[in-house]
Design a protein around this ligand. Structure first.
Ligand code: ADP
Ligand code: TZD
Ligand code: MG
Length: 578
């Protein structure tokens, strides 16, 4: 602009310092410590992404929104701050929606921020570019959904989104930002004043003293107590209190998949390897941040045996109580406060857990561990799951601060059992839905949020759902080592099409596929391995180098079983097979 042009402006306007929607959203995020965005750019959010990066926000640009959304979801789990996913309108938004629903289902705080069209066009259905009534569509999939129409509301809108995501039971929040909002201009000082720094976003929720006493009375009366540690306990970051409580109680504990490592799996009280015994035979079960959903057989039926059982449950969500079976001692509050209150009320002379019970559990555990040990040491070629997992088990033991991402069916279920975890929040996996596709999004966010090396153990099918993000991993030079358990298919690679047509069976993939070649296209390291020994060398080299690496580990196509450990959930035809 020439001096002359400036000089012709009215004095007041020339001096007015202005801001706009772009800057206010960025400032609101930074003010609240939201320092990373996972997303895919395009109309109307391309410039927003550029400006966010220029303003010091870390912007991780993905190849598909679902993976960016999964990254945001797990970032929320790992940090207790909402992970932010940024998408374009309609199709981009819908691609991110699966991850938003996943975050909500798993109780992970995340905010899906999506650009959208203007209300006046959407509401008259006039056919805008990527038009969709996103706010209405998002609502059933999240805890809360908000739209911001005016620049002066950005501060409040972002604050509401943060609070909704992390307070109470955490979950997904949708934030709708119509294109015009970004360019709306307002006075900079008024803009600054409109921003809100969220104070105490997830307030402590202190349990009632009677609830604590009631629970301890039940626990004290137990002959065969069991503590179940779920991913809510991991999320709570009350690691020391949980450990102290479990140890003081002396009770066996059973970690759920993402509860592993809160106390080490090698801990003398860990009943992970005696799961069926403790479920069946316990008489009092204390759930800490674990729901009695399908993963715990709804707290009843064959898996829980015939012996009468009393359930104590700690959860921040009051409606979770009695959702499947009666909870005789509900403790509603945040896990940190609840566990600390239990510890305090236990006093100095809490009785040891009954020795006959702990002996039964230890014996069973040791037997099962001993049974598994030789399997994990086998050197078969082609490898079976155990031979490959034995190697990874040792590597994780030697590198306990690495983050393990895990998805697949057999690759998931067998790895969960075989690989011991030693630290909290180091195992992240398919979660409550058993969903495929979290792998690369989780791996990327785990590397970005923690700065630790990541080992992603992936079924070949599971990997396919997010595999294109290996380009993202290479682009951002992340220390991620992906091991693909390549058994040529879903569960097994041996199915054949019974009709004799050249179409392959629905469960199998290209035989002998070389996934390792894919990452080489992006400058990463690809390795093809067929033996446990080769696998060990390749993973160790990758973890030492920190270079993006993809290891194609050939697994016997006949080694897996239908649906891994949950084949019983498949409906069966009663008709005779023709
Ligand atoms: P898992 O799959 O490991 O069994 P779930 O996802 O079923 O675990 O259960 C997690 C539970 O933890 C949810 O019911 C959720 O409300 C609860 N939760 C999450 N964070 C907290 C917290 N900070 N305090 C109390 N409960 C929490
Ligand atoms: N689609 C989505 C989104 N989630 C799913 N869970 C499935 C489909 C169904 N499914 C499973 O439950 S496991 C699985 C699918 C497709 C893949 C299993 O094959 P894999 O693992 O290669 O990943 P294994 O080692 O061969 O069993
Ligand atoms: Mg497979």
């Amino acid at each position: 602009m020439s001096d002359a042009a400036v000089n012709t402006k009215p004095e007041a306007e020339a001096e007015q310092d202005l801001t706009d929607g772009f800057h206010l959203i960025i400032d609101a995020m930074k003010l609240n410590g939201l320092d990373t965005i996972y997303g895919v750019p395009g109309i109307p959010i391309s410039d927003f992404g550029r400006m966010a990066q220029a303003a010091g926000i870390r912007v991780i640009s993905f190849r598909h929104e679902q993976n960016a959304g999964n990254a945001a979801a797990i970032a929320g789990f790992l940090t207790k701050r909402p992970g932010v996913c940024l998408t374009v309108s309609a199709p981009g938004f819908l691609n991110g929606l699966t991850a938003l629903a996943h975050a909500t289902t798993n109780c992970f705080p995340m905010i899906l921020v999506s650009g959208s069209s203007e209300r006046e066009i959407i509401d008259l259905q006039q056919g805008d570019y990527e038009e969709m009534d996103q706010l209405a569509i998002a609502k059933p999939f999240c805890k809360a959904a908000y739209r911001i129409l005016y620049a002066q509301d950005i501060g409040i809108g972002v604050a509401r989104a943060i609070r909704a995501a992390v307070s109470g039971r955490p979950g997904g929040v949708y934030l709708d930002l119509p294109a015009k909002l970004f360019g709306q201009v307002m006075d900079a000082e008024a803009g600054r004043k409109s921003l809100v720094k969220v104070i105490d976003a997830a307030p402590a929720q202190i349990p009632a003293p009677e609830a604590v006493k009631r629970a301890l009375d039940v626990l004290k009366g137990a002959k065969r107590p069991l503590i179940v540690l779920g991913k809510g306990a991991s999320y709570a970051q009350a690691d020391d209190a949980i450990r102290a409580f479990v140890e003081k109680s002396g009770a066996p504990f059973l970690p759920m998949s993402m509860g592993k490592g809160l106390l080490p799996d090698a801990h003398p009280q860990c009943a992970g390897a005696a799961r069926s015994t403790v479920l069946k035979e316990s008489d009092v079960v204390l759930l800490i941040g674990a729901r009695l959903n399908w993963l715990l057989s709804h707290g009843k039926g064959k898996a829980w045996g015939d012996a009468p059982k009393k359930f104590i449950q700690i959860d921040i969500e009051p409606k979770e109580m009695d959702s499947n079976v009666e909870i005789v001692a509900p403790i509603v509050g945040d896990i940190g406060s609840c566990v600390s209150a239990l510890l305090a009320a236990m006093g100095g002379n809490w009785p040891a857990a009954p020795a006959d019970w702990t002996a039964v559990v230890s014996k069973k555990r040791d037997e099962n561990v001993a049974k598994m040990a030789p399997k994990l040491m086998n050197n078969n070629i082609p490898m079976d799951y155990y031979g490959a997992l034995g190697v990874l088990r040792t590597i994780v033991k030697e590198r306990p601060d690495a983050i393990l991402v895990n998805e697949g069916a057999n690759t998931l279920d067998l790895a969960r059992g075989a690989i011991d975890m030693y630290q909290p929040r180091k195992r992240i996996d398919v979660g409550t839905w058993g969903v495929m596709g979290i792998g690369m999004g989780y791996a990327i966010a785990a590397a970005i949020e923690t700065g630790k090396p990541v080992l992603a153990v992936e079924g070949d099918s599971a990997f396919g759902f997010s595999g294109m993000e290996i380009e993202t991993i290479c682009r951002y030079k992340l220390p991620v080592c992906i091991v693909i358990f390549n058994n040529d298919g879903i569960y097994r690679g041996t199915d054949v099409n019974p009709t004799g047509s050249p179409d392959p069976a629905p469960m199998v993939f290209v035989k002998g596929a070389r996934y390792d070649k894919m990452i080489e296209a992006f400058g990463g390291v690809g390795v093809h391995v067929t033996s446990p020994d080769e696998l060990k060398r390749a993973v160790n080299a990758a973890m030492d180098s920190g270079k993006p690496t993809l290891i194609n580990a050939v697994i016997d196509p006949a080694a897996g079983s239908e649906s891994g450990r949950i084949g019983n959930l498949n409906p069966q035809s009663k008709l005779k097979k023709k």
